[in-house]
Design a protein around this ligand. Structure first.
Ligand code: PGA
Length: 243
């Protein structure tokens, strides 16, 4: 795991987008799993600007959904698939057939998780995972405790995730209590992992992720064991430090 501390969110986003662009130039059909949440949005916006300037062509990317609330249809404003479409797929002009997703209202959610994981594996796994850090140390919706081999599955959200996601949807009551998430096994096997961490509210959990024990109680702590992981943090998240 490598850590890079940047002065502010803008710099984090520029560096993250530039890293992604370098990978995309080398492999235009890169397989990328993209997190929703506020944190990576400026990264995606920067990639869109770079594409508009002709600096990178993202249209041939293969994109994988990271996680999905259970019981939420695509036309619901809380749909994480919808958020991924609006922030990444549509502005970058990626064809919908190049997106591997979780079905919106699967009749058998555990079977849907198995099917998603089988598709990812059949396509050779993720080239790169762009992730945010949950206030409870989750990656995707791999809620604590999640070991490094936790599979793609249905999970119950912890109260902490319900509270933090409540900011997006008008309060905790609007947050679904279950989700499907790409497993730790798939995420930690990505050939590159980019974890974006910004804001002072991530200070404590970032410190635990970087320096605490490697434990299922802090799923992101497994990144300590992954040399292909790069953590990009702003000074606020890093406790005022800059590199
Ligand atoms: P955030 O979420 O972008 O809202 O901080 C990160 C996460 O929970 O994974």
């Amino acid at each position: 795991m490598k850590l890079e501390i940047c002065p502010d969110i803008e710099t984090v986003s520029q560096i993250a987008a530039e890293r992604l662009a370098t990978m995309i130039r080398a492999k235009p059909d890169l397989g990328i799993v993209v997190a929703t949440g506020n944190t990576p949005m400026p990264v995606y916006a920067e990639l869109v600007r770079m594409q508009a300037r002709g600096e990178v062509d993202c249209r041939n990317l293969r994109v994988f959904q990271l996680d999905a609330y259970l019981g939420i249809n695509d036309d619901d404003p809380r749909s994480l698939f919808g958020w991924m479409m609006r922030s990444f797929i549509t502005p970058l002009g990626i064809a919908p057939e190049n997106v591997v997703r979780f079905a919106a209202l699967p009749p058998d959610p555990p079977a849907e998780c198995l099917s998603y994981a089988a598709k990812v594996r059949a396509m050779g796994g993720y080239d790169v995972a762009v992730l945010g850090l949950g206030p409870n140390g989750h990656l995707g919706f791999n809620e604590p405790p999640s070991a490094d081999d936790a599979p793609t599955r249905v999970v119950a959200l912890t109260e902490q995730s319900v509270a933090s996601n409540g900011h997006y949807w008008g309060g905790p009551d609007a947050v679904p209590r279950q989700s499907m998430t790409a497993g730790m096994d798939l995420l930690l096997s990505a050939r590159a992992i980019l974890l974006v961490v910004t804001g002072s509210r991530k200070q404590i959990i970032l410190n635990q992720t970087l320096h605490g024990p490697v434990t299922p109680q802090v799923p992101a702590s497994y990144l300590q064991t992954r040399p292909q992981a790069l953590i990009l943090a702003d000074a606020d998240a890093a406790g005022g430090k800059t590199a």
